[in-house]
Design a protein around this ligand. Structure first.
Ligand SMILES: O=c1[nH]c(=O)n([C@H]2C[C@H](O)[C@@H](COP(=O)(O)O)O2)cc1CO
Ligand SMILES: [Zn+2]
Length: 161
């Protein structure tokens, strides 16, 4: 018996926790998405959340869901997964895993596959029935990307020390 602490968080809780914490930076009033990219030997390589590109101010661009296409957030918002991939400046992401709050859409799936990521761990799949998600799953299956649903442990974590 080494006397080590027993209630430390697991790797999955750690990386999904970082993904969810990143999502808390999002200004999207409806859906906050965070992503965390992890190497095969469990080192965090990058993070991202859904937001407008640099220079596109949160107070000037629309966060609406409905209306004329360019009056909504959809043409402008960069998805969490793409931001996490683009935020990485260290070289190759080949073989890495991505932890993400929401199942990636088809556009993110393309970026994930082409960046060489091999595993997607997702916490929520609320748009499972949409064409984008079905296309995404088809591409992931074809490309051999492993899809893992995050098992919620019910652990609550606060930022207070
Ligand atoms: O893979 C994704 N990654 C991601 O960051 N998002 C973002 C884009 C939007 O800001 C938000 C979705 O908005 P809504 O649920 O209101 O349609 O989540 C959405 C998806 C999948 O839809
Ligand atoms: Zn996406």
């Amino acid at each position: 018996m080494s006397g080590k602490r027993q209630d430390y968080i697991s790797w999955d809780e750690y990386f999904m926790g970082v993904a969810l914490l990143s999502g808390m930076r999002s200004k999207d009033p409806n859906t906050q998405v965070g992503a965390c990219i992890v190497s095969q030997d469990n080192k965090i390589l990058s993070m991202g959340y859904n937001g407008f590109p640099k220079g596109c101010e949160d107070d000037e661009f629309p966060w609406e869901r409905d209306g004329d296409a360019n009056e909504t957030k959809y043409p402008f918002v960069t998805h969490a997964e793409l931001n996490a991939i683009l935020n990485y400046r260290g070289g190759s992401l080949e073989g890495a895993k991505i932890y993400v709050a929401l199942f990636p859409c088809n556009e993110c799936a393309k970026a994930i596959i082409q960046a060489g990521l091999k595993t997607v761990v997702y916490a929520c799949d609320k748009y499972a029935d949409t064409a984008a998600t079905l296309a995404s799953k088809r591409m992931f299956r074809a490309a051999g990307v492993e899809l893992v649903e995050y098992l919620h442990t019910g652990r609550e974590i606060t930022l207070e020390v």
